[in-house]
Design a protein around this ligand. Structure first.
Ligand code: 5GP
Ligand code: ZN
Length: 118
């Protein structure tokens, strides 16, 4: 295993080495509660594969990245906010405020969001 995967918090969650409140999973994607929720409902969907940022997306992992949206839809139905609405956010690098370099989709709900984001 390379260093990035060894030390990555989300890889550790994917391997079961650190706990997380998992709410949904399939063979490629895991969804769990954000440890510091920024909205009343706040989940993170991660590919099990270590992909650092959106910049690393390529044709080989396109299907797995597409599954993040399937995971969001399933989570929204499961937690009852599919109809009222929710926001899916993927931060990439410094200007977007990415803190953990294992690509993840924020699934955020339970409030009315403004647009555009500040
Ligand atoms: P980013 O800023 O990289 O887009 O978002 C990282 C997110 O991961 C933050 O919302 C933060 O609260 C969450 N987070 C950081 N460490 C952990 C952890 O150990 N467990 C869980 N469940 N969420 C985490
Ligand atoms: Zn990782």
């Amino acid at each position: 295993m390379d260093n990035a995967m060894e030390n990555c918090i989300f890889c550790k969650i994917a391997r079961g080495e650190i706990p997380a409140e998992v709410v949904w999973k399939d063979e490629h994607v895991l969804v769990f509660k954000d440890i510091h929720p920024a909205t009343p409902k706040h989940f993170l969907a991660i590919p099990l594969e270590h992909i650092p940022t959106v910049n690393d997306a390529d044709a080989n992992n396109a299907a797995i990245l597409g599954r993040l949206f399937v995971a969001a839809a399933e989570t929204a139905k499961k937690f009852g906010f599919a109809e009222s609405g929710y926001r899916c956010v993927v931060n990439c690098n410094r200007d977007a405020g990415q803190e953990l370099f294992h690509l993840h989709m924020h699934i955020m709900a339970g409030k009315k969001f403004g647009w555009p984001p500040g």
